[in-house]
Design a protein around this ligand. Structure first.
Ligand SMILES: C[S@@+](CC[C@H](N)C(=O)[O-])C[C@H]1O[C@@H](n2cnc3c(N)ncnc32)[C@H](O)[C@@H]1O
Length: 280
C-alpha cells in the first residue's frame, strides 16, 4: 500500500507518519520514501490510529516520544512531554552556561528537576553539563530529580539509563525530603485548574491527574514550593517555573509577597507567557 492510501484510510496525516516512523524504525524523511507499506504494518498502523482517535495520546500507544529531538520512554504514569517545556529548559541552560563561564561559587554546582515525571528536563540538562564538563575539567555538576509518583521515578530512571545521565532520583513530596541547596531549581509542576482538566484536549484525561491538577486556581503547587524553597536555594540561586498562559501575574504576586526578588516572565513561540524565573 502507498503512504497516501494509508493516510486516506486513517484520516490522520501527522499521527500516521509518527506511527510509521516507530513501526519501521525509520527517520521521518525515509518514511516518505517507502514505496510499499506491507499489509501487516498498515493493519498495525490503522489499529493504533483508531485508539489515538478514541483519545489515547500517541506517545502512550508508541511507548515513547521526542523532546529536544531525543527519544524518551513514556507511559501512562507520566505526563506526555510537551514542546512548550523546551522554553523552560532553554532558560535553565542559559543560567547554567552563564554561571559556568563565571566559574562556580560552590562545587559541585547543583541542579534540581522538581516534579520530574519522565525525567526529560533533568536528562536534557545532563547533556549540557556533560558538554560543559568536557570543556572545563574543573567544573562539577550534580543533578537531582524529585517526584512524588514512584512509577514516574521508575520510568525517569530508565530514561536516565538510556541517555547515560548521572542523576540522583529522590522520592519526595515537593521539597519535604530534599535537604540540599541548589543553584538552579527547574520545575514544571501540575498547573491546570481542576475544572479545566480535559476541556481543551480530551487526551489529557488519559494522563495522570497527579501530573496535571494544580487545584482550584492552578497555583497550588507554586504557593507550596515558594513557601519553602528559600531553604533549598544557594545565594545566587534561581527557580524556574513553567506556567499556564494566564498565570504569570498571580505567580509574580505570590513570589513578591513571599519576599522573592527579580521575577521575570518569558514567552513561548506562540507568544504566550510560559516561564517565570525567580531569585531569592
Ligand atoms: C506537569 S508534570 C511534569 C513532568 C515533567 N517534568 C515534564 O515536564 O514533562 C508534574 C509532575 O509533578 C509530579 N508531582 C505531583 N505532585 C507532586 C508532589 N507533591 N511532589 C513531587 N512531585 C509531584 C507528578 O507526578 C508529575 O510527574
Amino acid at each position: 500500500m502507498k503512504l497516501a492510501q494509508l493516510v486516506a484510510q486513517t484520516g490522520e496525516h501527522e499521527a500516521t507518519i509518527q506511527v510509521l516512523c516507530h513501526l519501521l524504525e525509520a527517520e521521518r524523511t525515509n518514511v516518505f520514501l517507502v514505496k510499499d507499506i506491507s499489509n501487516e504494518v498498515a493493519e498495525q498502523t490503522i489499529k493504533i490510529i483508531e485508539q489515538y482517535k478514541n483519545g489515547t495520546p500517541l506517545a502512550y500507544l508508541l511507548g515513547s516520544t521526542y523532546f529536544y529531538n531525543r527519544k524518551f520512554l513514556v507511559n501512562e504514569n507520566v505526563l506526555v512531554p510537551r514542546h512548550d517545556t523546551e522554553v523552560l529548559v532553554d532558560l535553565a541552560e542559559k543560567k547554567i552556561i552563564a554561571d559556568s563561564i563565571i566559574g562556580h561559587e560552590y562545587t559541585p554546582y547543583r541542579i534540581l528537576d522538581l516534579c520530574c515525571g519522565s525525567g526529560i528536563i533533568g536528562i536534557s540538562l545532563a547533556y549540557l553539563c556533560d558538554w560543559l564538563r568536557q570543556r572545563h575539567k574543573d567544573l562539577q555538576y550534580e543533578i537531582t530529580a524529585v517526584d512524588y509518583s514512584q512509577s514516574a521515578l521508575e520510568l525517569a530512571a530508565k530514561n536516565a539509563a538510556l541517555h547515560h545521565a548521572d542523576i540522583n532520583f529522590v522520592h519526595s513530596d515537593l521539597l519535604e525530603d530534599v535537604p540540599q541547596q541548589f543553584d538552579v531549581i527547574v520545575c514544571n509542576p501540575p498547573y491546570v485548574r481542576t475544572m479545566d482538566i480535559g476541556v481543551e484536549d480530551k487526551r489529557t484525561l488519559k494522563e495522570p491527574r497527579i501530573a496535571l491538577d494544580g487545584g482550584v486556581d492552578g497555583l497550588f503547587f507554586y504557593r507550596r514550593i515558594l513557601a519553602t524553597a528559600k531553604k533549598n536555594l544557594r545565594a545566587n540561586g534561581m527557580i524556574l517555573f513553567e506556567i499556564g498562559y494566564d498565570q504569570a501575574k498571580p505567580l509574580e504576586k505570590i513570589a513578591l509577597q513571599l519576599g522573592y526578588h527579580s521575577v521575570k516572565v518569558y514567552k513561548d513561540l506562540a507568544n504566550h507567557d510560559r516561564v517565570v524565573t525567580i531569585r531569592v
